[in-house]
Write a new protein. Structure first.
Length: 286
């Protein structure tokens, strides 16, 4: 369904590009924020206006929400770089957007966090995201918090590991989750704009164990199935060493993956794109 005047922040990222595609395909007028507008040159220009701004610099966002009905923010980082921390981006940059949205009287603010972020607030990556979720919930604006399961793009790590001919997993490998393709997630987010949903947890169509994912990765590369299971204590020891002997820049993303992959994370299913097909397509480029 058509939604007038959507501001999209994070338009050049993995999910943002799919959102831009789906929103313009459905003839929404989209204002996309980009630090480098050239990255969005090939998009549908009839329904797109690109504004150059940096979400971490509030002075570049002044009045950016004027006339906007809905803000969708996918702004966040997995790996801290360019001197920016999770607090700078996942919390601070989104707060800059929220202040502009409130000032302009935006009707709906959609924020993309991650599955079970509210249950893992102690993780550095979630500490910042959930601090923003708290601020959004108390902002007085109509809001939706999207909590996706792992992205297919994150699952490339298994494919990289499989290239060596062996996949290493912590524990039994029976932990299950249902990762989702960026395009399926984008369609789910745009669909949700018509619903009065405060929180939406969402995953892909296939519930897979880590063993299943390891097998899919090895099979896509025509490798024999070789999966090694490392004892659970090695995962805990790795986490302890990372937290005590490395900076948050190093351990932040690893802490996130090692914690979430130690338990089941199954979300309501959506979409029709399968990890098996994604791996087969990716394998051609490896």
């Amino acid at each position: 369904m058509k939604h007038t005047n959507v501001l999209l922040a994070g338009a050049t990222g993995y999910l943002g590009r799919y959102l831009l595609e789906v929103l313009t395909e459905q003839q929404n007028q989209v204002i996309a924020i980009a630090r480098n507008p050239d990255k969005l040159q090939n998009s549908n220009e009839n329904y797109l206006e690109v504004k150059q701004a940096e979400v971490t610099k509030p002075e570049t966002l002044r009045d950016i929400c004027k006339g906007v009905h809905t803000v969708i923010s996918t702004v966040g980082i997995t790996r801290q770089k360019e001197g920016l921390t999770y607090m700078d981006v996942d919390y601070g940059a989104n707060m800059n957007l929220l202040k502009e949205a409130k000032k302009a009287g935006v009707k709906h603010f959609v924020y993309v966090s991650a599955i079970n972020g509210d249950k893992h607030r102690a993780l550095k990556i979630f500490e910042a995201k959930e601090k923003f979720v708290d601020a959004l919930k108390s902002s007085g604006l109509n809001y939706t918090v999207i909590r996706p399961n792992g992205f297919f793009s994150d699952m490339k790590d298994f494919l990289q590991m499989a290239k060596s001919g062996r996949v290493y997993l912590f524990g039994s490998g029976h932990q299950k989750f249902n990762p989702i393709h960026g395009e399926d997630l984008a369609r789910a987010i745009v669909d949700s704009l018509d619903m009065d949903t405060k929180e939406l947890t969402i995953g892909g169509p296939d519930v897979l164990s880590l063993n299943d994912i390891g097998e899919l990765a090895l099979t896509a590369l025509n490798k024999p199935i070789r999966i090694s299971h490392l004892p659970e204590w090695t995962r805990k020891l790795t986490l302890w060493c990372l937290r005590n002997f490395t900076s948050v820049k190093t351990y932040g993303p690893i802490e996130f993956f090692l914690t979430l992959m130690a338990e089941d994370n199954i979300a309501p299913s959506y979409g029709n794109q399968h990890l098996k097909d994604f791996y087969l397509a990716q394998a051609k480029n490896l």
